[in-house]
Structure formats: structure tokens, C-alpha cells
Design a protein around this ligand. Structure first.
Ligand code: FES
Ligand SMILES: [Fe+2]
Length: 401
């Protein structure tokens, strides 16, 4: 399947006219899991995936609002590597390896706001927000040691390829070119199918309505698979609307790394989330006003777009059976004021509740992965082609075939 041409062939088989794609699954259940159960429980597999999945290609690292002002510094761990998200004095967000250029000490373990310099606690070397070494006390054992500019440059913090889009910061740990324009070009080329599909949205107008952290007792792959599983909606989240609306969803696979689904009438057919309507995120064409798009930007940005709100679940895998989700909800900046405070909080409450309801499901999915039965599960072609595509992507990247 990894050699498939995208977009994949579509066929319409449902009585409601919904689109099902021809994915990796055959018509008849096979009784063979695409990703073995050990990949959800094993520490070796977890460590290998940190390299094969999270250390190459664009990976969600965090939110731009975590480093909202110049001097804001926020540590994260991606692909097992400590990184620092830094908002520079020039307004740019940069990402560095969180490792002092002297003895390699992590510069901070906690988010903070600094005055122009990030200082290492060990020998007090300090770095400017663009990463260059600003001072290294007693560097030459002299009281007033002067740093040679060439040496200061050589001892700059190590930059990581990064790009900020739609309130999210992405990194590519395998990229050698860290130049911002090169990063922007590469990101645009790789994410083109979704950037094009959402070109009517003005992501510069996003206003954070709320953010919530979820500690999930499950492997990161289950988090994604659950997000891509539209079949469970009427059973686990009955409050979102009638069964017909919950199941009125099309498979969408724009690219091997951009897969999910779309509810053509989801915004209208499901239950109202807020008493008062929110302004649209940009100039939304009439035929998209009712649509809900749900995509996994492989591997770890799970995005949900409606005409008037945008939801992201970014997550960091912590252990084979533990994942930390950071769920954020954005609305248009014209809904940032007090007049929309109640509406924003209603929207957040509805969306938090849905995610909360998934927690026990994820926990039990994880427990099930310790059963030999989990090597002979049966994804079904009518519902699970998108999940199968995700698993196929993992299996190819992590070498489970
Ligand atoms: S390790 Fe950071 S200054 Fe020495
Ligand atoms: Fe769910």
C-alpha cells in the first residue's frame, strides 16, 4: 500500500452516498493486525518509533501560544530529544536543541520568559534568543574575558528546522537546512494538499479559546486510531447528534501523511454546540459552511476544522502506554472579546467532553493490546480504511512488515 498513488480511488457504497476509499483492507476481514500488538506495549518498539516516526519529517512540537511573547522559552521533547521553543526579539519562533554548547546541560526544564538571554545554570554561559553565544564568564580565565565573535558564532545553540503554521510549531529533526525560507518551502510542499484545501481559512486570525492537557493511558498510535475512528461516534458520543448525522462521513486520504474524513453536512446535522453563532474563520465559501474536516497530519497533529472553529490535538508520546495530549480550540479573532466569552466557553466544554469520553476507551484499547487476540484483529473495509492507512504508514516507517 505504501506505493499507492494518492488520492486513493473512491467508491460510493453507502445508501447515504458517502465516500469510502479503496485502502489497504480487502473486502473480507483478514484476522491479521497490520501493526503487531507488541508495537503498542514494547519499550524497544517505542524507542525505535521515536527514531523512525518522530525524528524524520514534519512533527508537531507545540503551540505558538506557548511562546507568545519575545523571550518566551518552552522546553519540549520530540523523538526522545530535548528541544527548546524560543520566541526571538525579532518576533520569530526558533527551535534549538536544549543542550548547552559547553557541557551539554539542558538549559531549562520549565517554560519561562527571559530578558533577552537564556542562561545555563552550570557555568553561566548565556545565549541570545537567536541562539548566538552572548557571554561566557572567565572563558579565558581572565576576569573580563572577551569572546572572539568567531568563537561566539561557533558556539551558538544548535538550530532545528522548524515552521509555524495555524498556531502550531512543527520541527523536522532529519532536515539539514534550517534556513527559515527553506523550512517554509519544504513545509508548504509537503502539506500542500491540506493547505490548498483550507486556503479559504485565514489562520493568522486564530484566537485561542481554550487549551486542556490530557494524560492518556494508551499508546500514541491508539490516540491517532481513535481520532480517525468515525464509527464509534454514535456509541461513545451520542450527544453529538443523531446516528445518521454521526455516520454521514466520507473517507479522505489526500496524501500518505494527510488522512482522515469529512462530514459534508456535519456542522448542520449534528447538535448545536453554542447558543450564539461564532464568526467564520475567513471567507468560507457557501458549499463549505456545513462541512467538518478531520485529519491526522502524520504523525501527531490531529486537526478538526469547521467554518467557525479549529481544534487541534497535538500529542507527545511519553511511554509505550502513556501519551500526553494538548488539545487547543481556536476561533476567529473577531470573537476574542467579552461578548463572545460565554460562547467560547460553551464550545470548549462541548469539545472537552467528547475527548473526555474517549479516555476510558483508550485505556481499554491499551489493555487489549496485551492480549494475543490483538495480533488477529479485524479492521473492516466499510469503516476502517483510514485507520488501516495510518497503520500501514506506521508499519512501513517503523519496519513492522
Ligand atoms: S554546561 Fe552550560 S555553561 Fe557549562
Ligand atoms: Fe471519540
Amino acid at each position: 500500500m505504501s506505493t499507492s498513488q494518492f488520492p486513493l480511488p473512491e467508491r460510493t457504497t453507502t445508501s447515504t452516498g458517502n465516500v469510502v476509499i479503496d485502502g489497504p483492507l480487502p473486502e473480507l476481514p483478514t484476522g491479521r493486525a497490520i501493526v503487531p500488538a507488541r508495537a503498542y506495549t514494547g519499550t524497544e518498539e517505542f524507542a525505535d518509533e521515536q527514531k523512525s516516526v518522530f525524528s524524520s519529517g514534519w512533527v508537531w512540537a507545540g503551540y505558538a501560544h506557548w511562546v507568545a511573547e519575545p523571550g518566551a522559552v518552552h522546553p519540549v521533547t520530540i523523538g526522545g530529544k530535548p528541544l527548546l521553543l524560543v520566541h526571538g526579539e525579532d518576533g520569530r519562533i526558533r527551535v534549538f536543541h536544549n543542550s548547552c554548547r559547553h557541557r551539554g546541560m539542558a538549559l531549562t526544564e520549565d517554560p519561562m520568559v527571559v530578558q533577552g538571554r537564556i542562561q545555563c545554570a552550570y557555568h553561566c554561559w548565556s545565549f541570545k534568543l537567536d541562539g548566538t553565544l552572548a557571554a561566557a564568564p572567565y572563558y579565558t580565565r581572565e576576569r573580563r574575558s572577551k569572546l572572539d565573535p568567531e568563537v561566539a558564532k561557533r558556539l551558538s545553540l544548535l538550530l532545528v528546522a522548524s515552521h509555524t503554521w495555524a498556531g502550531m510549531i512543527f520541527v523536522d529533526l532529519s532536515a539539514t537546512d534550517t534556513d527559515p525560507q527553506a523550512c517554509a518551502d519544504d513545509f508548504a510542499a509537503k502539506l500542500e494538499p491540506v493547505l490548498g484545501r483550507w486556503s479559504h481559512i485565514d489562520f493568522d486570525r486564530l484566537h485561542l479559546a481554550g487549551e486542556k492537557k490530557f494524560e492518556v493511558d494508551a499508546n500514541w498510535k491508539l490516540v491517532v486510531e481513535n481520532f480517525l475512528d468515525f464509527y464509534h461516534l454514535p456509541f461513545v458520543h451520542p450527544q453529538v447528534g443523531p446516528v445518521t448525522a454521526s455516520l454521514d462521513v466520507d473517507d479522505v486520504a489526500l496524501h500518505p501523511d494527510i488522512i482522515g474524513g469529512s462530514y459534508p453536512r456535519g456542522a448542520a446535522g449534528k447538535a448545536e454546540k453554542t447558543a450564539k453563532s461564532l464568526p467564520w474563520l475567513g471567507d468560507v465559501p457557501a458549499d463549505r459552511l456545513e462541512r467538518q474536516d478531520i485529519f491526522c497530519l502524520f504523525p501527531n497533529a490531529l486537526v478538526f476544522l469547521e467554518a467557525d472553529w479549529f481544534q487541534v490535538i497535538g500529542y507527545h508520546p511519553v511511554a509505550p502506554d502513556h501519551t500526553v495530549e494538548y488539545m487547543a480550540i481556536f476561533v476567529d479573532s473577531s470573537a476574542a472579546g467579552d461578548d463572545f466569552a460565554e460562547t467560547r466557553s460553551q464550545l470548549c466544554d462541548v469539545l472537552w467532553e467528547v475527548n473526555e469520553q474517549d479516555m476510558p476507551m483508550l485505556h481499554r484499547l491499551q489493555i487489549g493490546r496485551n492480549s494475543p487476540g490483538s495480533d488477529s484483529t479485524n479492521l473492516v473495509s466499510h469503516w476502517d480504511q483510514i485507520t488501516a492507512l495510518f497503520q500501514d504508514r506506521v508499519a512501513t516507517k517503523a519496519g513492522y512488515r
